[in-house]
Design a binder for this molecule. Structure first.
Ligand SMILES: [Zn+2]
Ligand SMILES: [Zn+2]
Length: 311
């Protein structure tokens, strides 16, 4: 059962979509010009090459976390049993540091091997959550921005877990994983200062699920699979409950690219929750319980699509 209504505004072209729905920043994306360089050092070039190689082997996703809480302070610690590097200095699990808005500093967190750090982030008196990835904390106007860059599959697992309740059937989890992955790959940069937020404006995101959990297994079993229409991955819309028949983007005043959507009958009726376009999570649960596999669930809600490897 879906925990939150998946909001509208999940649309766009494969690269840099038009802002169809209001963004949190309230303005369209801007492309910063790259200042000319008279002389590019060899080290700089090698560094860029290394980054390109790293991104080619493992696609990453950048997510702003806790942004809706407008944090003025954040407490950071390493996950139990691990050591993280905070601006290059080791921080062990018992110790913590606090970053406050007034300090006007940027904090970078990495693991000692330079890959994915395990850390715990707290907005004092509000929320504590464990993350895996590279973290950057920096001031942005009246708040701190906390940006976590993580492997695509880690992000997909966190959305799949957040979007499904306990006891969700395996085939529903797998369908959800394919949708979350397709969205991250195809939706493009959705905010001015970062790619994605952690609310249903983009995709509802919480902590990555533990290894071996049903959500983590569903993600592993669908690794790399996305939804394609006429050969292109698209950022699929989905919602909590369509009310009995799914709707068209035009019904809710949205213009979509790539995939045209179709109104289809749903396995469940009831009170509509959410925009009702694309996969209905309530109906998908019912289909999965009745023995339908994730590919058939996806083909039902997105006629004419194929479930294929991204590359
Ligand atoms: Zn967003
Ligand atoms: Zn439905």
């Amino acid at each position: 059962m879906a925990m939150l209504v998946a909001a509208a505004g999940r649309l766009g072209g494969p690269r840099r979509p038009e802002p169809i729905w209001p963004r949190h920043s309230g303005s369209a994306n801007t492309i910063m010009p790259i200042p000319p360089r008279n002389k590019i050092s060899r080290g700089f070039v090698l560094c860029i090459l290394a980054l390109m190689l790293a991104s080619a082997s493992a696609q990453t996703v950048e997510i702003s976390v806790f942004g809706s809480l407008k944090p003025q302070a954040l407490t950071l610690r390493a996950a139990p049993g691990s050591v993280i590097l905070v601006n290059g200095t080791p921080l062990k699990d018992a110790a913590s540091i606090q970053v406050r808005l007034g300090q006007n500093r940027t904090v970078h967190v990495a693991a000692r091997n330079g890959v994915q750090a395990e850390f715990v982030l707290t907005v004092p008196a509000k929320i504590t959550r464990r993350f895996r990835g590279l973290l950057e904390i920096r001031p942005a106007g009246d708040r701190l921005l906390a940006l976590v860059r993580m492997d695509l599959e880690t992000a997909v697992a966190a959305v799949t877990a957040a979007e499904s309740g306990p006891g969700a059937p395996r085939q529903e989890l797998k369908a959800q994983a394919v949708l979350a992955r397709s969205f991250f790959i195809a939706a493009g940069r959705r905010h001015q200062s970062f790619d994605f937020c952690d609310t249903t404006h983009c995709q509802f995101f919480r902590a990555p699920p533990p290894e071996g959990s049903p959500a983590a297994q569903a993600v592993a079993e669908t690794r790399g699979l996305v939804l394609k229409y006429q050969g292109h991955v698209f950022p699929p819309l989905y919602s909590s409950n369509c009310g009995g028949r799914t709707r068209l983007p035009g019904d809710i005043g949205l213009r979509v690219e790539i995939y045209p959507y179709f109104a289809v009958d749903c396995a469940r009726r009831g009170q509509r929750m959410g925009h009702g376009v694309g996969l209905c999570q309530t109906g998908a649960t019912a289909m999965a319980r009745a023995g339908t596999n994730f590919r058939a669930i996806l083909h039902h809600y997105y006629p004419g699509t194929l479930v294929q490897q991204y590359r």
